[in-house]
Design a protein around this ligand. Structure first.
Ligand code: PGA
Length: 261
């Protein structure tokens, strides 16, 4: 995988937004897989700025969801459906008819998961999948010990993830659902390009395990090592436990610009 160390979250957001813009210039109806959480917000802000100043046209772009809480109605303000509408689709001016996501309120959860995997395949697959990483190494909501070949399915959140996400529920961990639907690791690995952004010291251990540890279900993000085109963008703090940091810096500094990410 390629590791790019950037100065801060804003620089990471700008770099990834430019990569998405380049993809959309090549393929205007690209299917963009998006992630929730605090980390990707600078990406969405930078991409929205490019839309506003005419640097990229997203009128034919399609957006796919990575994961969703089970049991929250779609119109709950913290359902990822609502979060993505607020943070991605509306700022980019993309309508909900171009949005693909699983139904977190479905009675038949397993059926909804299988339907979503089919929907992604029928849409031609995800061109670029954005990923955050949990402090426990999760991608999407694939918690530690998730099968590395898993498909979209229901998962139970760890208490650490529920505590990490309580800030979106008035700091009340009891309001954070226990169950989620998440694209499986096998599903995620089918996207053509994986781009993971991590910022802050609290992600340094998870990033070291992802990049330099063994491929192991205990660190789900380590599955990125199995993907032919995976890019990990980290700020200095998230990179602080990488043994090969200097090598990654030198490699990126000497990369020809035309190659992009
Ligand atoms: P964060 O979440 O960006 O809010 O830290 C990342 C994740 O849980 O995937």
């Amino acid at each position: 995988m390629e590791v790019v160390i950037v100065a801060d979250a804003k620089a990471g957001g700008e770099l990834i937004a430019e990569t998405m813009a380049q993809l959309l210039r090549r393929k205007p109806d690209a299917l963009l897989g998006v992630a929730t959480g605090s980390t990707p917000l600078p990406i969405y802000q930078a991409l929205a700025a490019k839309v506003r100043n005419g640097a990229v046209d997203v009128s034919r772009a399609r957006i796919a969801q990575l994961d969703e809480y089970v049991g929250l109605p779609a119109d709950h303000p913290e359902s990822y459906h609502s979060v993505l509408r607020r943070e991605v689709l509306e700022p980019l001016g993309i309508g909900m008819d171009a949005f693909l996501g699983p139904d977190g309120a479905a009675e038949d959860v397993q059926g909804a998961c299988e339907a979503y995997d089919r929907e992604l395949a029928e849409a031609g697959g995800v061109d670029l999948q954005l990923l955050g990483i949990g402090t426990d190494g999760h991608i999407g909501f694939n918690e530690p010990c998730s099968s590395l070949v898993s498909r979209t399915r229901i998962k139970t959140l760890t208490e650490q993830t529920r505590a990490d996400n309580a800030r979106f529920f008035d700091g009340d961990v009891d309001q954070v659902p226990h169950h989620v639907i998440t694209q499986g690791i096998g599903t995620i690995l089918e996207a053509r390009h994986l781009v993971l952004l991590a910022t802050g010291e609290n992600k340094a251990d998870a990033i070291a395990a992802t990049v330099e540890g063994p491929v192991a279900a205990v660190c789900p993000a380590s599955a990125l090592q199995l993907h032919p085109h995976a890019t990990v963008v980290v700020d200095e703090a998230a990179a602080s436990k990488l043994k090969f940091a200097d090598y990654f810096r030198r490699t990126y500094a000497s990369k020809p610009e035309w190659q992009g990410l």
